[in-house]
Design a protein around this ligand. Structure first.
Ligand SMILES: Cc1ncc(COP(=O)(O)O)c(C=O)c1O
Length: 365
C-alpha cells in the first residue's frame, strides 16, 4: 500500500507507556504483581468519583456537555480563576496536543528539558515543528539559563514539567521569575503540574501565580494522579482567556466524556481522599528512602510521588529481574539513564515487596 505520510510524522518514535498489569502478568506467568511503573495512585480512584460515575451511567445515551460547564465552574471556583481561563482535556495529554497545534507552525521550535515527559516532543513533531532539547543540570533539575540560551527566532513554546517527570526536581519561583523576565514576551510558557500536589518544597514555583503576568503562561493539571482517575482521562489547562478561546476552537467538541466530567467534579469535593493520597506518598517516600539507605542503594530526592534509583547496572536487566519477583518498575534507559530505574510510591505492603525484591535482584540481602 502506498501511504503518503509527511517525513516529520514518520520520524515520530511511538510513546511507550508502562504495560498494563494484566498484559505483563500474562506474559511473565506471574500474578499478584505490584505495579510501581506509571506514577499512578495506589489507593485506587476517589470513592466520590466512583459514586458519581455510577449515577451517571443511565445517561450515557446523551452526548456530554461539550462546554464542560459544571466541571469548569467548579474548578474555577476552587482555584480562584474565571471560567474562561480553563480548557478541559481528555487527560492533560490532550491539552498538550492542543497547545502544540495552536501555537506551532511547521519549522517553528519548542524548548523542553531532557529528559522530561515524552508527550511534549511527540506533539511538537506531529505538527512539523522541532523539539529543542535542553539537558538537565547535574542535580537533574531543569536548567532555565541553558534554556534561555537555546531560544531561536522560531521558538514559540517552552514546556516546563514541574515537578519534572522522571527526575522529581522542581523549578523555584525565583528562578522562574528571572526566566520569564528574560524570555521574549510572545513565547508561551507551559508549566505541567501533573504532580504539584505532592510538592513539599515551599520554594517551588506555581504556574497560577503567573496567570496574569501579561505574557502567556499556561498551567496544566490532571485528575490522573492525586485523584486516582488515570483511566478516566481528564485534565485541564489554565491560561489567559485569549489563548483558551483559541484552544476551544481546535479541540474536539466532546473531548471530556460525561463520565469524566461527572467523576472529576465529584473528586474535587473529595478533600479527604486527596489528603490521604498525599500522606500515603509522603510516608511511603520516607520509608523507601530509609530502606534504600539501609541497603546502600543510591537514589535521588524527589518532590513527587516517584523517584529515580541508581541500580549501577543495566536498568533493563533489573526491570526484567524485578518482574520475575512480581514487581513492575520502569527502566530509564529510553530516557537516557541506562543505570536508573524509576518507581512510584505504592501501598505500604507494595513498598515492602519492592524493597525485598530489589535487595534480592541486586544481591544485597
Ligand atoms: C508530567 C506529566 N504530564 C502529563 C501527564 C499526562 O497526564 P494525563 O493522564 O492527564 O494525560 C503525565 C502522565 O504520566 C505526566 O507524567
Amino acid at each position: 500500500m502506498t501511504l503518503s505520510i509527511p517525513d516529520y510524522i514518520r520520524a515520530i518514535e511511538p510513546y511507550k507507556p508502562g504495560k498494563p498489569l494484566e498484559e505483563l502478568e500474562r506474559e511473565c506467568g506471574i500474578h499478584d504483581s505490584v505495579k510501581l511503573a506509571s506514577n499512578e495512585n495506589p489507593l485506587g480512584p476517589s470513592p466520590k468519583a466512583i459514586e458519581a460515575i455510577r449515577e451517571h451511567l443511565a445517561k450515557l445515551h446523551r452526548y456530554p456537555d461539550g462546554g464542560g460547564f459544571a466541571l469548569t465552574a467548579k474548578l474555577a471556583e476552587k482555584i480562584g480563576v474565571s471560567a474562561n481561563t480553563i480548557v478541559l482535556g481528555n487527560g492533560s495529554d490532550d491539552v498538550i496536543g492542543m497547545l502544540s497545534r495552536a501555537l506551532l507552525c511547521p519549522g517553528d521550535d519548542a524548548l523542553m528539558p531532557q529528559p522530561s515527559f515524552l508527550m511534549y516532543a511527540i506533539t511538537v513533531r506531529s505538527v512539523g515543528a522541532l523539539p529543542l532539547f535542553v539537558p538537565l543540570n547535574d542535580a537533574l533539575a531543569v536548567d532555565l539559563e541553558a534554556m534561555l540560551g537555546r531560544v531561536t527566532a522560531r521558538t514559540r513554546l517552552v514546556f516546563l514539567c514541574n515537578p519534572n517527570n522522571p527526575t522529581g526536581t522542581v523549578v523555584s519561583t525565583k528562578a522562574l521569575e528571572a526566566f520569564l523576565r528574560d524570555l521574549p514576551p510572545a513565547i508561551t510558557v507551559v508549566l505541567d503540574e501533573a504532580y504539584i500536589e505532592f510538592v513539599r518544597d515551599p520554594a517551588c514555583a506555581m504556574g497560577l501565580k503567573f496567570l496574569d503576568c501579561g505574557r502567556p503562561v499556561v498551567t496544566l493539571r490532571t485528575f490522573s494522579k492525586t485523584y486516582g482517575l488515570a483511566g478516566l482521562r481528564v485534565g485541564y489547562g489554565i491560561m489567559p482567556p485569549e489563548l483558551a478561546a483559541i484552544l476551544h476552537r481546535i479541540r474536539q467538541p466532546f473531548n471530556a466524556s460525561s463520565l469524566a466530567q461527572a467523576g472529576a467534579a465529584a473528586a474535587l469535593d473529595d478533600e479527604a481522599f486527596l489528603q490521604r493520597t498525599i500522606r500515603l506518598v509522603h510516608t511511603g517516600l520516607d520509608y523507601l528512602f530509609e530502606q534504600l539507605d539501609r541497603l546502600g542503594v543510591r537514589y535521588f530526592p524527589t518532590q513527587s510521588n516517584f523517584f529515580l534509583i541508581d541500580v549501577q547496572t543495566d536498568a533493563d536487566v533489573v526491570f526484567e529481574q524485578m518482574l520475575t519477583q512480581g514487581v513492575i518498575v520502569r527502566s530509564m534507559r529510553s530516557y537516557g539513564y541506562p543505570h536508573y530505574i524509576r518507581i512510584n510510591v505504592g501501598l505500604p505492603a507494595e513498598n515492602e515487596r519492592f524493597v525485598t525484591a530489589l535487595g534480592r535482584v541486586l544481591k544485597l540481602t
